[in-house]
Every structure is written in C-alpha cells, then in structure tokens.
Design a protein around this ligand. Structure first.
Ligand code: ARG
Length: 294
C-alpha cells in the first residue's frame, strides 16, 4: 500500500454504531519544519519520510485489525496534520473543533472543519483567542461520564467551561506543568476497566490529587520518567488492547498483569515532533460510516 493508494472516501455520515472508529491522516508531508514543543528542538528536518510512512502504516494496519479507520487527505505545508488527535473532540455527533494556540498549526483547522462538516457532524467553534487542541487535551473517563481536560501549555482553561456547556458533561481541569508533556494525552491515558496510565510529575499538585482521588490506588499505573519520555502514556486503548510506542519490560509486565494485551510499535519518527500512537488518531465515538449500511 502506498499512501497515494489509500482511498479517502467522501460519502460518510455519522451514525452511532458499536464498532469503534478513528480518524488518521497519512504522513505524506510530515516533517519537523518549526519548533513549538521541546521535542522538536534539534530535530528540524531530521525526520525520514520513508521510516515515518512505514511506522505510520504499522499503526494503521494494527488499528484496522480492531476498529474502523477513516482517512483525511494530508496537505502540503502542514506537517503536523498527521496528529489528528488535535483535529477536535467528538461526542455524540458534535465536534468541538480545535483552535490552535500556535499560528503554525492554525491553517489545519480549515481542513478539519471541511472533513467533519462534509460528513454531517455538528461543528462547534471557539473564539480564536481561546485555545483548545482537541483530544490531545481532552480525554473521556472510561465510562464517558466525565471529561478530563488539560490546560497550561496549549489549551486555555477558559475553554473547559465551553466544553462542559457544549457537550453537557462534567469537565475536570488538569494543570500541566512540564513542557515536555504539553498535551494531556502525552501523560494521561484512561484505560478500560477503570485503570489510569499516567506520569504523576506532569501535573500540578491539586490536579494530581484530583486524579488520585478519582482512581483508587489499585487502578493507578504510574510510569517512570523514561517510559513517559518514550510516550508510554500516549496509548490507544480499545477494550483490552493497547497500542503504543515501545516501552520498558517492567511497564509491559504491569499492563499485562492488569489484563491488557499490548501491541508495541516503533514510532520514534513521530517522537521527533512530540507525538506517538495516540496523537496520530482521533477517536470517533459516532463514527462516520457509509450511508446505506445501517
Ligand atoms: N508537533 C505537534 C505539536 O506540537 C505534535 C502534536 C502531538 N499531538 C498530541 N495529541 N499530543 O502540536
């Protein structure tokens, strides 16, 4: 399969189904062209397109084994568009579109808007001055009863009240304090069966207390700094399967003991831009599916 041969269909509309779906964007124009997070420092134009494509494909194929994967056409000059977690946040057919903090990523918004609106999602937009970076900074608890939302680096705290009102859901704000973990999905991953995979030092004291108050000790899986820097928390979880970048044997054993099956993938080309497995996908709770199939 070449990225060119990946068919981007235009006839999809959102319908609630049992099958999980994700949105991905092939890395045809992926590179590090600017520096907007610490991982990008020193990596300007240091990516290999061939390796990035190979790594992206391995994630795409692994995910296709367990879920539907929708594709978005990449755009030249928008190298970070591959990180579709930042397209927005979808809930019950409503998409809160991202309002990027950095000017470098703002042109992506048009393409994301077009994709969601042409598939019938209801789109809600924030004012330009309120930043919100989609699922990168907003993750549902496993039972979807509350939304954990990060702030401090990219997303502004004011966006959280807006999310709560628009989606009619309780939002818990989490203060991110380590610039290496600038999006919530780089240090926090709610997992099936009420587990939480997280890197405690990435959070302010009150936020960490809030997390540890919600998740009982037996359900907490804290990761080491080394695993956190390998983006262990940037994990995609579907039922008992977890897809993530290569992590330590110790963490692998811990997750297996908790009943998870892991699919570890080399995603180091994407670490150069500050992303890994979870950043490369956006979850579609009400997936777009071909009309006529329901
Ligand atoms: N270079 C991108 C940025 O700094 C990486 C985005 C990673 N995405 C994520 N959901 N954590 O915006």
């Amino acid at each position: 399969m070449s990225t060119q041969s990946v068919q981007v269909s235009h006839e999809f509309f959102p319908v609630a189904t049992m099958r999980h779906a994700y949105l991905m964007c092939p890395p045809r124009f992926y590179d590090v062209n600017y520096v907007i997070n610490p991982w990008m420092t020193g990596n300007l134009h240091a990516t290999s397109s061939a390796r990035a494509l190979e790594q992206w494909r391995s994630l795409y194929h692994a995910l296709r084994g367990i879920a539907d994967v929708m594709l978005l056409e990449p755009q030249s000059g928008l190298p970070d568009m591959v990180f579709t977690a930042n397209a927005g946040l979808e809930h019950n057919g409503i998409v809160i579109l991202s309002s990027f903090r950095h000017i470098e990523r703002q042109p992506e918004e048009n393409f994301f808007r077009r994709w969601f609106s042409s598939r019938g999602y209801t789109i809600i937009e924030l004012p330009r001055e309120i930043s919100f970076e989609g699922e990168g900074d907003a993750l549902f608890s496993n039972d979807r009863s509350l939304l954990w939302a990060g702030y401090g680096m990219r997303t502004t705290k004011e966006s959280h009240a807006f999310l709560s009102r628009s989606l009619n859901i309780e939002v818990v704000s989490l203060h991110l304090v380590d610039p290496r973990f600038y999006h919530l999905d780089t240090c926090f991953a709610p997992l099936a069966d009420g587990y939480i995979l997280y890197y405690p030092p990435a959070f302010g004291t009150a936020s960490l207390a809030r997390i540890e108050d919600y998740y009982p000790m037996a359900k907490r899986i804290p990761v080491s700094e080394e695993d956190a820097c390998n983006f262990a928390c940037n994990a995609i979880n579907l039922d008992r399967t977890i897809l993530l970048n290569n992590v330590s044997e110790k963490l692998r054993e811990r997750l297996e003991t908790a009943g998870f099956q892991m699919i570890s993938l080399a995603l180091d080309e994407f670490l150069k831009a500050g992303g890994a497995a979870k950043c490369l996908v956006m979850e579609l709770n009400h997936p777009a599916i071909p009309m006529g199939k329901t």
